[in-house]
Design a protein. Structure first.
Length: 251
């Protein structure tokens, strides 16, 4: 059985970059089928890896796994840059904790979606599956995907993320551009800490998704969120400046 899920852009188009997606607690690679396909449509080479088990896999081992996954996408001229890591939930915490470390994987930017909070009350969920789904998403399709996937581990949002990983995620010094994505209805997020962390970094962008829950990449607003990710990816070629300025009379 393959250890990756791969998504390729339209035939005949030049690949615009390489994206590695790191799922979060309880999720599988299939959780990101819709998101991966959407990014691939914009001519990005997308690969989803297995979610890290932070109780058994240390950050050095995860970095080696991500390096191997990236190198395995290489064509004749090597890995297509920019190389961007996208992490969700515990995957976001692990990716953030890797930044600035002398590890093998060297991304050009990262996307951190649904980064869990560190304070008490932002790590526990209610007990039933329907209640966990309410924490995760209000998207009927995504709720169905999670329910029908036998590999999704129910109750996993109650698993504690190691404090050392969360501390490194919030207190580390990222040396690459960072896009933070968080739903304003995410009960597991520490919005104040996220804002502080984003402001403390020299090249960070904090995007708050109105009405979105914890699974911000897969909630009702998934099209707008994917568009925000692509917009961020495109700014990497323009010194992080948006290519389009919007002026609207609708406000």
């Amino acid at each position: 059985m393959t250890q990756y899920s791969d998504y390729f852009g339209p035939e005949g188009l030049l690949v615009r970059g390489t994206i590695l997606i790191v799922p979060g607690r309880g999720e599988t690679r299939a959780t990101y089928t819709r998101f991966g396909r959407r990014l691939a449509t914009d001519a990005y080479r997308v690969r989803v890896v297995d979610a890290p088990d932070l109780d058994t896999e240390d950050l050095t081992a995860l970095a080696a796994r991500l390096t191997e996954a990236a190198e395995d996408t290489a064509a004749e001229n090597g890995v297509v840059r920019p190389l961007v890591l996208v992490g969700a939930d515990s995957g976001a915490a692990a990716v953030a904790a890797l930044l600035g470390r002398e590890t093998g994987v060297r991304p050009d930017a990262v996307v951190l979606a649904g980064l869990p909070g560190r304070v008490p009350g932002t790590t526990a969920t209610a007990g039933t599956w329907d209640e966990e789904l309410d924490v995760r998403t209000s998207c009927p399709a995504h709720r169905g995907y999670l329910t029908q996937d036998p590999e999704v581990r129910r109750g996993s949002l109650d698993d504690a993320i190691p404090e050392a990983v969360l501390a490194a995620a919030y207190e580390g010094e990222a040396d690459v551009p960072v896009l933070f994505l968080v739903g304003d209805a995410d009960p597991l997020a520490d919005h104040e800490a996220l804002a502080h962390t984003a402001k403390s970094l020299s090249r960070a962008r904090l995007s708050v998704v109105h009405g979105a829950h914890h699974d911000v990449l897969n909630d009702l607003q998934h099209r707008s969120v994917a568009a925000e990710v692509v917009t961020f990816l495109e700014t990497l070629r323009n010194e992080l400046r948006p290519l389009i300025t919007v002026r609207s009379s609708a406000w």
